[in-house]
Design a protein around this ligand. Sequence first.
Ligand SMILES: Nc1ncnc2c1ncn2[C@@H]1O[C@H](COP(=O)(O)OP(=O)(O)O)[C@@H](O)[C@H]1O
Ligand SMILES: [Mg+2]
Length: 315
Amino acid sequence: MSDYVSVKNLIKKYGELCAVDNLSFSVNTKEIFGLLGPNGAGKSTTLSVITTLSDFDKGEIIIQGMDIRKDKMKIKQVIGMVPQDIAVYEHLNALENVKFFASLYGMRGKELINSSKEALEFVGLADKMNMRPKQMSGGMRRRLNIACGIAHAPNLIVMDEPTVGVDAQSRELILHSIKTLRDRGATVIYTSHYMQEVEEICDRIAIVDKGHMVACGTKAELVSLVTDVQSVYIESRIPNSFRFEEFKKKQQLMPDVKAITLEENTFRIDVSIEQNSITKIIEQFIGMGLPIININTEVPNLDTLFLTLTGHDLR
Ligand SMILES: Nc1ncnc2c1ncn2[C@@H]1O[C@H](COP(=O)(O)OP(=O)(O)O)[C@@H](O)[C@H]1O
Ligand SMILES: [Mg+2]
């Protein structure tokens, strides 16, 4: 089954405010699916509905073939939720916290202890098992929050802005652990308002704004919505006999090439975003005896994309 989570025409209102406005998306099994949007976009609301914590007004949600309206309790068992607001008990130490949350899913005895310790090791808190949350840095508290959500080995993990307010080291560790969870076979739904992060770890991305779906797809698919051009920078060693105008004419005969400039020893060639374009250019360089010293490509990032699609910044 490829649709692991299917959300269709979801509507969730808080009084007059429509926080989630006819949102539809589906998540494939074993992928990291990112919900990207500014504060107030409806990300947390969507996650709290998916994880059965909130009711909703309209729509259909199917998780692993189960309808959320009918199989709420079963669905709860397969999900691990890492909430945006850190939810740990201050009077319990790290291990006790993780054990408490895992026990809510029916874990007991040796399995409970081993899984809890493993979860703490996984988030890099192996040597902090006896520490209380109060004594921890912001990054460590976030990591403890994650351990509490994953110790019962859920196959669907839902994380709401797990890197907000953490130091760079914790951030890297958290992003790495999300990828590891996916590689071990879990499906991850993750929200963020950090473009770079989402670009880095997500297999597919849904861009949301004001409760609406703006666009959804892989990064390449999203980028292709706003542009079909990428810039290729090629640094070469240019012989004295080289005539740029002639070279330009030749290159421009290729249908993919939109523009060419040369600055010092670096060519900038704007070509269509298509698998073969770069290969064709490299072949041309080799054919003309121009060595390639360095090659870089530049496609618009998702920040530009968000601005283009919505008319405003992510923040
Ligand atoms: N419990 C609530 N009661 C009333 N309004 C809420 C509640 N939770 C969220 N909202 C509103 O719903 C909208 C979406 O919020 P939220 O889902 O938290 O967005 P995000 O997580 O993308 O920042 C916001 O306008 C927010 O103020
Ligand atoms: Mg939120």
